[in-house]
Design a protein around this ligand. Structure first.
Ligand code: IPE
Ligand code: IPE
Ligand code: MG
Length: 239
C-alpha cells in the first residue's frame, strides 16, 4: 500500500473517473534521450504500468484500459516487434501472482489471435486466474485498432443476420462490451492524437494530453491528470 493522499492533489474522492484509458506513448524517445536502446524504454515503461495499476487500485478506480500495442505497431522493424512481444511474454508470467493478490481482474482486447501461441497461452492463464477478482478491472489493448474493432462488430452482426441495431445493441459486439465508456483518456509524450484507440467509445471522454514520456509517468502524474479531469465541466451536448 502506498497511502495516497488525494486531498494533497485537491482530488474529490466522490468524483473520480470510473474508467481511465491511457495511450502509453514515448518509450522510444525516453530511451533515446538517455542514449539507450529503445527496448530499455519499453522495459522502464513496464515500471510505470505497475505503478499506475497499483495506484488506480488503491484510490478505487474501477476500470483501467491500457493501449499496449496497436495493430499498426506490427509494421515496426521486426526486431522491435519481437522484443516487445517477448517482454509481454515475460511479464505475463512475472506479474500474475501480484495482480491476483491485488484482486485485479485482467482482460485483453484486440486481435489477440495474431500473437504467437505461447503468448496466447499465458494470456488465457492470466484471464482465467484473475477472472473472479473483484477489484480493478484492467484491460490491455494488444494488436488493437479502433477501426478493426468496429469492422469486427459489423461483421459479427452480419454473420448473425441481424437486420438492425441501436447504440445499445451495437455495443454488445464491441470488444469492450463489458466496460463503460472511458471518462478520462490520457495520452503521454506530447502527441495530440488518438492513434486509432477506442474510436467509438471516446465520443464524450475528457482527454488529457501530457508531455511526460510514458516511462516517467507515475502516480504523481496520474493524480495531476485526475485533478485536471475534475476541473472540466462535462456537458454531453446538454446545457
Ligand atoms: C509506446 O512507445 C509503446 C508502443 C507503441 C509499443 P513508442 O515506442 O511509440 O515510443 P516513441 O513514440 O517512439 O517515443
Ligand atoms: C500509439 O502509439 C500506440 C500505443 C501506445 C500502443 P504510437 O507511437 O504507435 O502512435 P503514433 O504512431 O505516434 O500515432
Ligand atoms: Mg509512439
Amino acid at each position: 500500500m502506498k497511502k495516497i493522499d488525494l486531498a494533497k492533489y485537491k482530488i474529490v474522492k466522490n468524483k473520480l473517473p470510473v474508467h481511465i484509458a491511457i495511450i502509453m506513448d514515448g518509450n522510444g524517445r525516453w530511451a533515446k534521450e538517455k542514449k539507450l536502446p529503445r527496448i530499455e524504454g519499453h522495459r522502464e515503461g513496464i515500471e510505470s504500468v505497475r505503478d499506475i495499476v497499483e495506484s488506480c487500485g488503491e484510490i478505487g478506480i474501477k476500470y483501467l484500459t491500457l493501449y499496449t500495442f496497436s495493430e499498426e505497431n506490427w509494421s515496426r522493424p521486426i526486431m522491435e516487434v519481437k522484443e516487445i512481444i517477448s517482454l509481454l511474454y515475460e511479464q505475463l508470467d512475472t506479474e500474475l501472482d501480484g495482480l491476483n493478490q491485488n484482486n485485479v481482474k485482467v482482460q485483453f482486447i484486440g486481435r489477440i489471435h495474431k500473437l504467437p501461441g505461447k503468448v496466447k497461452k499465458r494470456i488465457e492463464r492470466m484471464v482465467t486466474t484473475t477472472q473472479k477478482n473483484t477489484g480493478l478491472c484492467l484491460t490491455f489493448a494488444i494488436s488493437y485498432s479502433g477501426r478493426a474493432e468496429i469492422i469486427d462488430a459489423v461483421n459479427k452482426i452480419i454473420d448473425l443476420r441481424i437486420k438492425k441495431v441501436n447504440e445499445k445493441g451495437f455495443k454488445k459486439y464491441l470488444y469492450t462490451h463489458t466496460l463503460p465508456d472511458p471518462d478520462l483518456l490520457i495520452r503521454t509524450s506530447g502527441e495530440q492524437r488518438v492513434s486509432n484507440f477506442l474510436l467509438y467509445q471516446i465520443a464524450y471522454t475528457e482527454i488529457v494530453f501530457t508531455s511526460i514520456l510514458w516511462p516517467d509517468f507515475r502516480t504523481n502524474e496520474l493524480l495531476q491528470s485526475i485533478y485536471e479531469y475534475q476541473q472540466r465541466e462535462r456537458r454531453f451536448g446538454g446545457r
